[in-house]
Design a protein around this ligand. Structure first.
Ligand code: 8YV
Length: 328
């Protein structure tokens, strides 16, 4: 059997794959250009892909032999799962193993915004330390005692809530479905409407999947409900936020700042206004980027593909009827 990887994976993972299949790894431009993907998929039985790739119906229909798609991610909004299921292609993904790493990064970004970590780093690099010696200068804010609004109370949202509790924060959440009262009690979280969450929170963190319903859900109307002193954190998917509206809110100081690990178009470049604002902290989509987590993701990605191609159930299979993510 022949398989295609749209970019490199860990050596141990490639070795495992080479024991079984003829492996082709794309090494050129990232993401792999669509026409190249469409032509390369034609004779492949399996595909390993990443969130940057667009595995739409053109790619899926071109894969006449394709039986399995294994994505190195928890999100699968980049795959047309409906088109894949129509052709009997098994789609698999890597939830759970990256929950803690992503929740940790969320806390890091929140602390960065409140305590001006990146801001301080930039100041020193620009030679500006001597300008801030006064006791009332270069102050951030306490994180403890503040209200955190979690949008999307799936695995990652819950892991963030657990951490935020340790920071003595009050936690509001909004989710498609309310979680059980037992879980609400143990996590000490309060369910509120999206509008109330935006109005009351000092910091809002996005942990929802990107779906047609959440597409650009965070727009100027919602941003205007936020406190002028509040912050926004996004480690989920860039397309959940209307970036033009967020840039306006940040420029006009409708909100205080934002920390973004994800963008509508990645890799992000200078053409995105959010990269040029002083009250924005940006990271290059590193929610799951720890040595330990990425190794586990690679193991699961490979096992998912091997199991699917041998006609067995993968460790984590995307539900056929869902087209975006498994988060509630
Ligand atoms: C990426 C992610 O998979 O899991 C997801 O949904 O977005 C990330 O973990 C990772 O950055 C590799 O591209």
């Amino acid at each position: 059997m022949k398989i295609l990887l749209t970019r490199r994976l860990h050596d141990f993972a490639i070795k495992e794959l080479k024991k079984r299949y003829q492996v082709e790894i794309h090494t050129g431009k990232i993401p792999m250009p669509k026409n190249l993907l469409v032509s390369k998929i034609k004779d492949k039985d399996g595909l390993i892909c990443y969130p940057y790739d667009r595995i739409d119906s053109d790619v899926i229909n071109a894969g006449v032999r394709l039986r399995a798609i294994s994505t190195f991610s928890v999100g699968y909004d980049h795959i047309d799962n409906i088109a894949a299921s129509r052709k009997g292609i098994v789609v698999s993904y890597t939830p759970e193993v990256l929950t803690n790493a992503t929740a940790d990064l969320t806390m890091a970004l929140m602390l960065d915004l409140f305590r001006r970590v990146s801001d301080g780093d930039r100041l020193i690099l620009k030679g500006g330390w001597r300008t801030i010696l006064g006791p009332y200068e270069f102050l951030g804010y306490d994180l403890h005692g503040k209200t955190l609004g979690i949008v999307g109370m799936g695995r990652i949202g819950m892991a963030v809530a657990k951490r935020a509790l340790g920071f003595e924060m009050n936690i509001l959440y909004h989710n498609r479905k309310r979680i059980s009262s037992q879980k609400e009690k143990s996590l000490k979280v309060q369910y509120v409407s999206l509008e109330e969450l935006f109005t009351r929170s000092d910091v809002i963190s996005i942990h929802a999947p990107h779906t047609p319903k959440t597409h650009e859900m965070v727009n100027l109307r919602l941003l205007k409900k936020m406190k002028r002193t509040s912050f926004l954190v996004n480690t989920a998917r860039g397309k959940i936020i209307n970036e033009k509206d967020l840039a306006t809110a940040l420029k006009q100081k409708i909100i205080s700042g934002a920390a973004l690990d994800v963008f509508g178009n990645e890799p992000v470049d200078d053409s995105n206004p959010l990269t040029k604002l002083p009250n924005v902290v940006i990271t290059p989509h590193i929610g799951s980027a720890t040595v330990e987590t990425r190794k586990k993701m690679a193991e699961i990605t490979v096992q998912n593909l091997i199991l699917s191609l041998s006609g067995k159930r993968p460790i984590y299979q995307v539900k056929v009827e869902s087209s975006h993510s498994d988060q509630p």
